[in-house]
Design a binder for this molecule. Sequence first.
Ligand code: CA
Length: 217
Amino acid sequence: MRVLIVEDEPDLQRVVWTCLQEEGYVVDAASDGEEGLYKAANWDYDVIVLDVMLPKLDGWQVLARLRKLKATPVLMLTARDTVHDRVKGLDAGADDYLVKPFQLAELLARLRALIRRAAGQSQPVIEIGDTHIDTVSRTVTRIGSLIPLTAMEYSLVELLALHRGKLVTRSMIYDKLYDEDDDTLSNLVDVHVSNIRRKLGHEFITTRRGQGYMIND
Ligand code: CA
């Protein structure tokens, strides 16, 4: 899952970035509204964390312009919790908001919920037959037994599960799961898929040759 953080305070940007990376997200950051809008418009993020008080364009302006282009889920960071700000945020098309200072655990929980909602999945546990994918603990169990997956294998299973019944193309997998500066990715997806199949069964993931992969509903 790819996340954009638009935040001009370097310390806060760094803390959120590190925390999200540790949780297995691919993270991009922007330090002002113009850069944030540019990135948000040109890449497909699963969710955007958007500060309200920003140089060049403020968060409201970024959100208003972004909403003319796309519906990427946006969580606004506001400095004050006032009814006026909340109403303004929701009217402007924000999907959620968090008041500074906030706990990282709450930010993570809200981002997970936004990503699930965007995929039409309201529950934190995705059930595929007897396989349960817990998006909070990032674990996969089958008939109650924990299936040991690496962080990347889990991320790939979650991505396919959130889009189950639909083809997930190789380029989508690269976009969502790999950093741009990672140049070793050419064969890695196949390797991860074959490792997942070894653990969850060959039939768990279907290959569409030359196109991508899917998990059947
Ligand atoms: Ca700020």
